[in-house]
Design a protein around this ligand. Sequence first.
Ligand code: 5GP
Ligand code: MG
Length: 195
Amino acid sequence: MHSDIKQVLYPEEQIRKRVRELGQTITQDMAGEDVVLLALLKGSVIFFADLIRNVASHIRVDFAWVSSYGDGTTSRGVELKVFPDEDLSGKTVVVVDDILDTGRTLAAVVHKLRSEQSVKDVKTCVLLDKKARRVVELEADWVGFHVEDFFVVGYGLDYADRYRNLPYIGVLNEHCYQTEDAPGEAGICKDHGVE
Ligand code: 5GP
Ligand code: MG
């Protein structure tokens, strides 16, 4: 699996340090609020698990399952598969996602929360922000790292549902992507023990 990575962008230690800072900032900024941290599955789980342990105040957690569809590396639309049915009225909801790319996912979730639940406020926190590809006008309230226009994997981020368990964030070798000539999972590097 590790040999499928062309370049490590954020090593473990750098992520750990930045997530600690994010947790401390959220603790300060959200002081006195009744906060629910809402993780978007599946990509944010590892970031979320680390982030909440760096928030030093009483918070609650919840989960929503959102999936974007499109080809392997670009989202075209958003499907809200499972949403918390917990009553979020009066709460400040902090939506946590792995990466802000076109902005469609976060915008859809924020819209749904604001229109269907009488929440007090909705904030957003992402580990990575890929500004270059934004199609929806949206800025996250807290951002871990600003990333160039690379398709990245690791630390929860997947390609074809793999590589989430890499402890760092990196860029895949080109030959690991599926192409039009090699549809389905043919592009995944099976020869490196991913299967
Ligand atoms: P958006 O709706 O902002 O375009 O995309 C958000 C979702 O697309 C993320 O939650 C993530 O699942 C996926 N995504 C966007 N960019 C990347 C990337 O570089 N790597 C991976 N693994 N997923 C990405
Ligand atoms: Mg995602």
